[in-house]
Design a protein around this ligand. Structure first.
Ligand SMILES: *[C@@H]1O[C@H](CO)[C@@H](O)[C@H](O)[C@H]1NC(C)=O
Ligand SMILES: *[C@@H]1O[C@H](CO)[C@@H](O)[C@H](O)[C@H]1NC(C)=O
Ligand SMILES: *[C@@H]1O[C@H](CO)[C@@H](O)[C@H](O)[C@H]1NC(C)=O
Ligand SMILES: *[C@@H]1O[C@H](CO)[C@@H](O)[C@H](O)[C@H]1NC(C)=O
Ligand SMILES: *[C@@H]1O[C@H](CO)[C@@H](O)[C@H](O)[C@H]1NC(C)=O
Ligand SMILES: *[C@@H]1O[C@H](CO)[C@@H](O)[C@H](O)[C@H]1NC(C)=O
Ligand SMILES: *[C@@H]1O[C@H](CO)[C@@H](O)[C@H](O)[C@H]1NC(C)=O
Ligand SMILES: *[C@@H]1O[C@H](CO)[C@@H](O)[C@H](O)[C@H]1NC(C)=O
Ligand SMILES: *[C@@H]1O[C@H](CO)[C@@H](O)[C@H](O)[C@H]1NC(C)=O
Ligand SMILES: *[C@@H]1O[C@H](CO)[C@@H](O)[C@H](O)[C@H]1NC(C)=O
Ligand SMILES: *[C@@H]1O[C@H](CO)[C@@H](O)[C@H](O)[C@H]1NC(C)=O
Ligand SMILES: *[C@@H]1O[C@H](CO)[C@@H](O)[C@H](O)[C@H]1NC(C)=O
Length: 808
């Protein structure tokens, strides 16, 4: 009794101080009885241990996931390196609560918490008597005669352990990435011909590309030297065993003792097959070290070996430990930021279609990389050539993304690039064409960026991607799958970079394009001093409506000036301005492409059949005033419109006023002789200084605005001979008279709404009269006009607008 008690006390003491040894001792023979089970649960590393406790079989929780991998790992080292996992192709990831049972008929069975079978070992004929995890790391299912029915050493994943061999036809498969246990692209295969090879496969199929390493242990005529299997003997040597018993060591290198070190040979996710060691009795900070690795330089694997280590466009660089790293060229970035060995994609779009829009030199620049190459996939080879000419030739070629120059030869590359590598022995230059600035994605500017931005965003994206689609498909129809993949990415990218889209410059159109868009200049929208406006539809996406203005004057001055003016116009962004989308400048043809506004001109709005409401008119008045204020004071270059009139003011979907044709006066004035006649054409709105040889300032627009404001208030044309009386024919004179006489009711034709809002009515009339002062210096600036209309600034009683002509 006493004796037993002492022993138990001792055991208790021991167990409380040495938890791990106790666990180990509890599994002394490594045997697992049929009917035993383990459950996957967080905080409970349930496993079966080998006799020495070196290896464990069970559930290992994946990092940051509620999923468990049924696996075998080193149980005594902190990082619990996995050497085997259930089902290499698609690892059986078990949710919390899953069970693994050892059964007599099916061997190891993995079931989900719902009882669904996730994986089983599919033991060959026979009844399992027990399982045993022996100290080699092999989990063996044995029958009653201790015959092996199934073992993990024959169920290969990515790692080989001492004592394990690979028969002909067997292979190790890499995992997808450092943390993803799905099957990756690399294989180590013992071929039927006795050759041991490393090769890539084209997932999701098993199609094997030519090898990037081979032991060359195929047999000769005698066949006695052919390889039979790959062996990892218990002393730590890895070799191909030939038929004649000779050994072909994969590396003629010293190895470390399997007695004092854990050894494993793993095919890494990056394609490097390496022998690792780890001291068994480790104290302190130790980790796995490499004895040797294959191949010597995986970055230089043959170009027929498939994609290479890195994804498309990636550049492979070898680290000190013979492991590769991948990097994207400048201007390119990872398709999946979480997969540093994956494909890169350009941060921009390149295509021939877009190149027509503006000169290449404005869009692209070339980055040079030393000793970088993407062997193969050339579409053109130029010889003899110089580096500079190679650079220029690629730059000017819209199909060319990259050119490699070496030894007087220039290779232009097809897309997508693969097998990229850095190698100082190459002595080459890579010219990489990238978009200038910060990966702006160029898309033709589209109408109405302003208040309807959000609503129209989807249209914008669709238009963008459709445009892209054509260019990608037209140019790089190399691989449907790759193209499609990229397309999807671009689509997403487009969506995100909308801000860029709206800020981008004017698009240049060919005359042909506009002829087509307008259906041969068929539908006329209007005629102005500068030319005829036609309706058109740009064939991008589902079609974008535009107004195409054919300028009817020839600019004698240089191309440059025309472009300068256009740029000034192109830089204006205001919700009360009609947006210029692009232009055509081809020989004598000068056309401007504007956004199309559906609600016509202010003229038809005011003077049409149905009188707009007072509120709508006030809104329009404010819109015109603010648009002008912007042109005069707020945009980067002051613009004097010179031709403000209701025909030049358009209305958007929400009846907001949008000033059109601004900036054209300057363009027109390049041709001196025509200036005055053209502008004088719009009688009734023109400020007196036009006739008086006085300097033309922003005040001419204030004058015209005053006239338009009166028209808006009265819903009447500035000159109307059909009013029935001579006095009321000239609007400006008549309103002033009414104002002086205090009969504003007549001005608004006794309309109810404005008369109920008499203060505002009166204020507006007074502002208008200030604006139409004959003396430009008396007219307020547009900023003051806006403030007066808003009632922020007091409006004084205006003087008579034309004291001279009236009295005279
Ligand atoms: C851990 O697993 C064992 C065996 O499956 C079980 O008996 C025990 O209750 C579990 N403990 C926790 C905390 O889940
Ligand atoms: C389970 O294993 C992890 C990783 O080694 C360890 O941090 C944790 O303490 C273990 N949990 C238990 C209950 O043993
Ligand atoms: C696995 O073992 C558990 C617990 O021993 C048992 O409840 C379950 O029925 C077993 N599942 C199978 C498929 O044998
Ligand atoms: C491993 O074993 C499972 C179950 O028996 C089987 O489905 C799988 O194909 C085996 N894998 C290999 C590489 O032998
Ligand atoms: C491991 O298992 C095999 C097969 O059952 C057996 O032959 C070998 O002796 C075992 N090795 C150890 C170290 O237990
Ligand atoms: C692992 O990679 C495969 C293939 O890329 C993917 O389908 C799977 O979702 C990944 N698994 C995890 C856990 O990330
Ligand atoms: C065949 O084997 C014999 C001895 O094993 C050797 O002398 C002979 O050169 C071999 N023939 C060839 C073609 O390798
Ligand atoms: C393993 O192979 C090496 C090299 O061929 C040899 O020296 C060693 O004796 C072998 N060890 C065993 C246990 O067979
Ligand atoms: C262990 O060594 C690695 C590099 O060998 C180092 O990065 C790490 O900080 C070390 N950890 C500790 C706790 O010393
Ligand atoms: C690239 O090589 C050229 C000479 O061929 C050298 O002048 C230049 O400094 C190198 N650039 C880099 C980044 O190594
Ligand atoms: C380009 O963008 C990156 C990140 O978006 C930024 O760090 C960098 O300064 C930008 N470069 C230029 C030239 O704008
Ligand atoms: C912008 O959105 C409005 C409202 O959804 C719609 O009526 C209009 O047609 C859109 N314009 C374009 C160019 O898609």
């Amino acid at each position: 009794m006493e004796m037993a008690f002492t022993v138990r006390l001792l055991l208790l003491l021991v167990s409380s101080f040495f938890v791990v040894p106790i666990l180990v001792f509890s599994q002394t023979d490594g045997k697992v009885a049929v009917g035993a089970s383990l459950s996957a649960s967080a905080g409970n590393n349930s496993s079966w241990l080998s006799p020495s406790g070196d290896f464990a079989f069970g559930f290992q929780q994946l990092e940051n996931k509620d999923l468990f991998l049924l696996s075998i790992w080193y149980a005594k080292i902190p990082d619990r390196t996995i050497v085997w996992y259930a089902n290499g192709d698609t690892p059986a990831l078990a949710p919390q609560g899953s069970l693994v049972n050892l059964t007599a008929n099916d061997g190891i069975v993995l079931t989900s918490p719902q009882g669904e079978e996730l994986w089983k070992s599919e033991t060959s004929v026979g009844v399992v008597a027990f399982g045993v995890l022996n100290d080699t790391g092999n989990f063996v299912l044995e029958d009653g005669n201790s015959e092996s029915l199934w073992e993990t050493f024959k169920n290969l994943t990515h790692t080989m352990l001492p004592g394990q061999d690979i028969e002909k036809g067997g292979k190790l498969s890499s995992q997808q990435s450092e943390t993803n246990y799905s099957k990756g692209r690399f294989q180590l295969r013992m071929q039927d011909d006795g050759n041991l090879v490393l090769n890539t496969i084209n997932l999701p199929t098993d199609f094997a590309n030519p090898s990037y390493y081979a032991s060359k242990t195929t047999g000769d005529l005698n066949s006695s030297t052919a390889g039979t299997k790959l062996e990892f003997n218990s002393s730590g040597y890895v070799y191909v065993l030939r038929e004649n018993g000779e050994k072909f060591n994969l590396k003629e290198a010293e190895t470390v003792s399997a007695r004092s070190y854990y050894l494993r040979a793993t095919l890494n996710f990056d394609g490097v097959f390496a022998l690792y060691y780890y001291p068994k009795s480790s104290t302190g900070n130790v980790s796995w070290s490499v004895v040797w690795s294959l191949p010597d330089n995986i970055c230089s694997m043959g170009v027929d070996s498939g994609l290479g280590v890195c994804g498309y466009y990636g550049i492979c660089t070898l680290k000190d430990d013979n492991r590769p790293t991948c990097q994207c060229p400048t201007g390119y970035s990872l398709l999946d930021p979480n997969d540093p060995y994956g494909d890169c994609k350009p941060d921009f779009i390149q295509g021939c279609e877009e190149d027509e829009l503006s000169p290449t030199k404005d869009i692209y620049e070339v980055r040079v990389m030393n000793n970088t190459d993407w062997p193969s996939s050339d579409y053109m080879q130029l010889y003899p050539f110089t580096a500079d000419r190679c650079n220029e030739s690629c730059f000017a070629d819209c199909l060319c993304s990259v050119a490699i120059f070496r030894a007087e030869t220039c290779w232009k590359k097809k897309l997508p690039l693969s097998n990229g590598r850095v190698d100082i022995t190459l002595n080459s230059l890579a010219f990489i064409k990238v978009r200038k600035g910060n990966s702006t994605i160029q898309v033709p500017p589209l109408p109405s960026p302003g208040d309807k931005k959000r609503k129209n965003q989807t249209t914008l994206i669709r238009v963008g991607s459709a445009l892209l689609g054509t260019s990608i498909f037209a140019n790089f129809m190399l691989s449907a799958i790759v193209c499609l993949g990229f397309l999807l990415i671009y689509r997403n990218k487009r969506g995100k970079s909308n801000q860029h889209v709206l800020d981008s410059n004017l698009r240049s159109f060919s005359y042909e394009e506009l002829e087509e868009a307008t259906n041969g200049f068929k539908e006329e929208l209007g005629k102005g001093a500068f030319g005829v406006v036609y309706k058109g539809i740009l064939q991008i996406g589902s079609g974008v409506q535009v107004a195409v203005k054919k300028l009817n004057f020839v600019v004698q001055d240089s191309e440059k000036e025309f472009k300068t003016e256009l740029n000034i116009i192109g830089q204006t962004h205001h919700k009360n301005l009609v947006r210029l989308v692009g232009y055509c400048d081809e020989g004598q043809q000068r056309l401007l492409v504007y956004e199309f506004l559906s609600n016509g001109t202010l003229a038809s709005f005011l003077f049409g059949d149905k009188k707009p409401s007072w509120t709508q008119r006030i809104n329009v008045a404010f819109g015109v005033a603010k648009g002008l204020l912007y042109l005069h004071e707020e945009c980067s270059t002051q613009i004097i419109h010179c031709d403000i009139k209701p025909q030049n003011i358009l209305l958007d979907d929400y009846y907001n006023a949008r000033i059109a044709d601004f900036g054209l006066a300057k363009l027109l004035m390049m041709d001196q002789s025509q200036t005055h006649t053209a502008i004088r054409g719009t009688k009734g709105y023109v400020a007196p200084e036009w006739f008086r040889n006085m300097p033309i300032t922003t005040k001419v627009d204030v004058y015209s605005f005053g006239v338009v404001l009166l028209e808006v208030i009265c819903c009447r044309r500035s000159v109307d001979m059909e009013t029935g009386s001579y006095e009321s024919a000239i609007l400006t004179d008549w309103v002033y008279d009414c104002y002086i006489e205090g009969v504003l009711d007549a001005v608004v034709d006794y309309e109810v709404e404005p008369l109920q809002d008499k203060t505002k009515l009166e204020r507006f009339v007074m502002v208008a009269i200030w604006c139409i002062q004959e003396d430009p210096s008396l007219r307020p600036a547009m900023r003051t006009v806006v403030q007066m209309l808003e009632g922020v600034v007091e409006v004084h009683v205006p003087p008579c607008p034309s004291p001279y002509s009236r009295t005279g």
